[in-house]
Design a protein around this ligand. Structure first.
Ligand code: SF4
Length: 506
């Protein structure tokens, strides 16, 4: 049998000259890029946050390097970052063998980066632009739902709060009426007609103090009613009021993360359509780099567009010339916004794909295929009857945008042989037309079907959607680890920066 030779076990070997950690790090390792990029960042506003005095602080530039590199390495927990700083040579090299503990890292991330994350992100995008990776002339926009750190079963729904609050208000009103009637019976003063004010917790507090003054000698029943009002019903009403206050214009929130809203997600492992507490991050990408991000509390993409586009302009002090987005963004309000900013819209609208199909094009009954006489403002149906203008109306969207619509009606559909194919409503056919939206859609259709539009449409699925795939699937970022809108902003900002650095390094 041949002799077995083992390599020498040298863990305790003493070296004459201590090794430099830098020599152990490959020249093209991503940690070197993080180090180089962060060295270029302007962190003066973070430095100004330090009041001075007391013990020495860890240098913010070092903390930023560590945080960027941890998110790039899929380490999101401060305890794990603390551990990596003690065990991982890349972290040791970045930190210069400083060992901030998890509380210090958490405090720096949550407090010092609160107002700075967008600035740092913008600086990274500026570097990408200077290096020629992005031009900021075009943005591919999309959104996704990411679960909040809160528990799934902590929901508060607007419907149930409003229902319970109404019931409670009725109960309170009836008790107050009872007591009022009793006072009137006991009093020798003539009855005065009182103006009833709407019941809220402030009003009840005022009424309670008034009643306590008026009712110097209370019988047992009244005393019980007052006790119930003060110690049971008033706190419940205050709770409902505060819940509606937290909800704002949303329909739900989570008890353990008030800023999270319950949304339907694509990742429904239980396959039961259960809603989960989520945030709705929106991103703009170019060449798969994230050029902008914003976090929203509403599930629909349509309503996030205005604020996302406006904040892009504020962040980069310029607006892109082209915007590419899917049908979730194709509303009248969004098309108007793009037109007002002179942005070329490559944005689909609902029914864009259906409209392109032969079946839809050949449907002689559909509104878009009816002949429209714009001079005399009437439509002509397949039987040659005129559908005339019978009035205007206003449609208000979920976010309060008002659209003008016009109604047209035929005068006699009775006995028409095509009636069964034409419309299902009883009576004569009536249609509703939004002329402004039709104009905007026609412009979008023209853009989407020209050469550039076809190029953007083929590129869109490998732009933001691929980036979300990388974040969620490759980097396992399926849930925020921090709670509250501000901290979620920081966390997503760090993810976006790490994604850009990872792509730069690749
Ligand atoms: S049902 Fe009325 S609107 Fe439809 S084709 Fe006949 S006449 Fe025209």
């Amino acid at each position: 049998m041949a002799k077995v030779i083992f390599k020498e076990l040298a863990s305790n070997q003493i070296v004459l000259f201590p090794e430099n950690i830098s020599d152990l790090i490959p020249a093209n390792h991503p940690v070197r890029l993080v180090n180089q990029v962060v060295d270029q960042l302007d962190i003066s506003s973070i430095l100004q946050q330090y009041a001075g005095g007391g013990t020495s602080s860890f240098h913010p530039r070092m903390m930023i390097k560590v945080l960027f590199y941890s998110y790039l390495s899929n380490i999101y927990s401060c305890r794990k970052i603390e551990k990596a700083l003690q065990e991982n040579i890349y972290f040791m090299w970045l930190s210069g063998k400083s060992y901030p503990d998890f509380r210090t890292i958490n405090m720096f991330r949550g407090k010092r980066l609160k107002k700075e994350i967008h600035k740092l992100f913008a600086e990274i995008v500026k570097i990408l632009q200077e290096c020629g990776y992005v031009s900021l002339e075009v943005q591919y926009i999309d959104g996704t739902k990411i679960e909040s750190a809160s528990n799934k079963y902590t929901f508060v729904w607007r419907g149930s709060v409003e229902k319970n609050k109404a019931k409670l208000e009725n109960k309170i009103a009836s008790i107050l009426d009872d007591i009022d009637n009793q006072i009137k019976e006991d009093s020798s003063e003539p009855n005065k007609e009182e103006v009833k004010k709407p019941i809220d917790s402030e009003e009840i507090k005022n009424r309670l103090s008034e009643l306590n003054k008026k009712l110097k000698q209370k019988d047992k029943a009244t005393e019980k009613q007052l006790h119930e009002l003060q110690h049971e019903l008033l706190p419940r009403l205050e709770k409902y009021e505060s819940q509606l206050d937290i909800m704002g214009n949303r329909n739900s929130f989570s008890k353990t993360d008030h800023d999270a809203t319950f949304m339907r997600t694509k990742e429904d492992h239980m396959m039961n359509g259960q809603l989960k507490p989520c945030y709705n991050p929106q991103i703009s990408t170019e060449n798969q780099f994230i050029t902008h991000f914003s976090i929203h509390q509403t599930p629909g993409d349509t309503t996030t567009f205005t604020s996302h586009l406006t904040s892009f302009e504020q962040l980069h002090r310029k607006q892109s010339k082209e915007v590419v987005a899917d049908a979730g963004y194709g509303s009248e309000q969004n098309f108007e916004l793009l037109e007002s900013k002179n942005i070329e819209a490559y944005v689909k609208y609902s029914y864009f794909h259906i409209e392109q199909k032969r079946k839809a094009k050949n449907n002689i009954f559909s509104v878009q295929n009816l002949f429209y006489n714009s001079d005399e403002d009437y439509y002509v149906c397949p039987m040659g009857q005129h559908l005339v203008n019978i009035g205007q109306g206003i449609r208000i969207s979920d976010n309060g945008y008002k659209s003008n619509v016009t109604f047209y009606k035929a005068s006699n559909c009775q006995g028409c042989p095509l009636r069964a194919m034409c419309h299902k409503a009883s009576g004569d056919r009536q249609i509703e037309v939004n002329h402004r939206l039709n104009q905007l859609k026609a412009k979008a259709r023209e853009n989407l079907t020209n050469e550039k539009g076809l190029y953007h449409r083929s590129k869109r699925p490998v732009e933001p959607e691929a980036v979300f795939g990388q974040l969620k699937s490759n980097n396992k970022f399926n849930r925020f680890t921090l709670r509250g809108l501000e901290k979620v902003n920081i966390e997503f900002g760090l993810m976006a920066i790490a994604h850009n650095l990872r792509k730069m390094a690749a």
